[in-house]
Design a protein around this ligand. Structure first.
Ligand code: PEP
Ligand code: MG
Length: 526
């Protein structure tokens, strides 16, 4: 028995066997040959086609199977490798070349296949570099361990098959930790070199609150750990009484407790959590799917399902916030020196208007299925917000011309997550129907402390007086215009900031579904 200690970033207890998630060789060099990789990929696609439960997705995987046999792909790879190229690089490059050829065609259908070719060639080169399983392939609950995971690695991660997550690196405020919280999976990060492939297959007990990871627990430890798990279950049951109660302080201030989600699947957990609605749907996770950019239909289905699941409760969907730590390979964004200060959020949406309009159309079409609000991330100026609103209007005009029904009165909100937005919140309040404060980024940008970096984690303090002043300023601006203001960053669940938020005039707090009831309890006991 041995104990490792890291930082607990997603509360909960888990017992299981470690599966080490090996990433591609760092230099991207092939470990497996092209023909073996094609066989592995074919098995993977066949398994996915059979298990995906949707005829459209099954057809997609079947088209991937055909692409594996494509003679242009094979010829391109063989030519490059016989000229001395590394086989994995040859596959990647050939895939890019074929995608570029498709993109140059007039035919829209063929152009849309470019992403599919890219997905197939990337998967092949990943397999060749040693990434032999997708993260979603496990049948039994396991403890997933890795040096680090990007948000893109975790797309499609199934809460039912992952009992816990352990990372050698990682950061408490990054999006991988946020995803683990959203899915209610206990997670410990920052375990350093003590976590490595040698631990694959070992049994372990994970405490996502204290950050303690016990390897090969003996029977006495395991028995007491199981007893603790049972107690935690009982405490959770005791919280259920708050599900049907409004969150109200003893002075009668009613606070809306909302849930953050990252997919329509998370909405099921939210719907059963006793919350007042969805305060933040992070739609960018749809864009990180290795299968390529989500089209209008795929997005429409996700938004519609979420609205239907929430049965008339408010659902705030945020438009895509790609960039910074959320990289979507298929967007082929230029490398940036400082991605957190680069082309992210609304900046990217405004730079790729057609991609943005696809999302806005999907949102508008879904709006007739429930109570939708939409908000824009990373706003820094009034002009950005107005341009986003103008494109919303363009999407409405196009749908009207096509006689497609939508709700013309969807409230449009601004995320306040940059100091600039907080400082001009008075002007923004004249344009926006509501504000939602993203304290993760607001803290990062106000304190110049990278939310991703463990080295400055101590400086990353959402309770810093500068952050608090910006929140007060925003809440005042909202009150003067009579628009609602909420908080959807991680600190919305921080009991130590709760009283400050309520006194500042925050009317809505949005947290991961697993935290909604304890937040209601904390509000009721204020
Ligand atoms: C935030 O910045 O607080 C926020 C809610 O958005 P995200 O964490 O997705 O950047
Ligand atoms: Mg943010």
């Amino acid at each position: 028995m041995k104990t490792l200690t890291g930082t607990g970033v997603s509360e909960g207890l888990a017992l299981g066997r470690i599966v080490w998630y090996g990433k591609s060789a760092p230099d991207g060099a092939a470990l497996t040959d092209f023909d073996s990789a094609r066989k592995i990929a074919a098995e993977e696609f066949e398994k996915r086609a059979a298990g995906c439960g949707s005829p459209e997705m099954a057809a997609l995987y079947e088209s991937y199977l055909l692409m594996l046999e494509d003679s242009d792909l094979e010829d391109g790879v063989r030519k490059k490798t016989s000229a001395g190229a590394d086989p994995a690089a040859a596959v990647r490059e050939t895939g890019e070349e074929l995608a570029a050829m498709l993109l140059a065609l007039e035919d829209e259908y063929m152009r849309a296949r470019a992403e599919d070719v890219r997905s197939v060639s990337r998967r092949l080169s990943d397999i060749m570099c040693g990434k032999t399983f997708a993260i979603t392939d496990f049948d039994a609950p396991i403890i997933l361990a890795a040096s680090d995971l990007t948000p893109a690695d975790t797309v499609g991660l199934d809460a039912g098959s992952i009992a816990g997550v352990l990372l050698a690196g990682g950061s408490a405020n990054g999006h991988t930790a946020i995803l683990a919280q959203l899915m209610g999976i206990p997670a410990v990060i920052g375990l350093g070199n003590s976590l490595g492939p040698g631990l694959d297959g070992l049994s372990c007990a994970v405490d996502g609150k204290t950050g303690a990871v016990t390897l090969e627990p003996d029977s006495a430890f395991e028995a007491s750990f199981r007893a603790e798990m049972k107690m935690a279950g009982l405490r959770k049951d005791a919280l259920k009484q708050f599900a049907s109660r409004p969150a109200e302080t003893s002075r009668g201030q009613r606070i809306k407790v909302m849930c953050n989600i990252g997919s329509a699947a998370d909405a099921e957990a939210a719907a059963g959590s006793g919350c007042d609605g969805i305060g933040l749907f992070r739609t960018e996770f749809l864009y990180l799917d290795p299968e390529g950019l989500p089209g209008e239909e795929k997005q429409f289905e996700a938004y519609k399902k979420t609205l239907q699941l929430m049965e008339g409760k408010e659902v705030i969907i945020r438009t895509c916030d790609i960039g910074s730590d959320k990289k979507a390979d298929h967007l082929q964004l230029p490398a940036e020196e400082n991605p957190a200060l680069g082309l992210r959020g609304i900046r990217l949406s405004l730079a790729r208007e057609e991609m943005f309009l696809t999302q806005l159309r999907a949102l508008l079409r879904a709006s007739v299925y429930g109570r939708l609000s939409v908000m824009f991330p990373m706003i820094t100026s009034l002009d950005e917000f107005k341009r986003a609103k103008a494109l919303w209007k363009t999407a409405m005009d196009r749908l009207s011309r096509e006689n497609v029904p939508f709700d013309a009165g969807v409230p449009l909100g601004a995320m306040i997550e940059t100091p600039a937005a907080a400082i001009i919140s008075g002007e923004l309040a004249g344009e926006a129907d509501f504000f939602s404060i993203g304290t993760n980024d607001l803290t990062q940008y106000t304190l110049a402390a990278d939310r991703q970096s463990p080295d400055v984690a101590a400086l990353f303090d959402p309770g810093h007086p500068a952050v608090k002043k910006l929140i007060e300023m925003t809440a005042r601006a909202a009150a003067e215009r009579g628009i609602p203001v909420g908080i959807c960053g991680n600190s919305a669940a921080d009991p130590e900031l709760l009283e400050f938020y309520i006194n500042a005039g925050i009317g809505e707090l949005s947290v991961s579904p697993g935290r909604a009831l304890s937040l209601k309890r904390d509000i009721c006991s204020l």
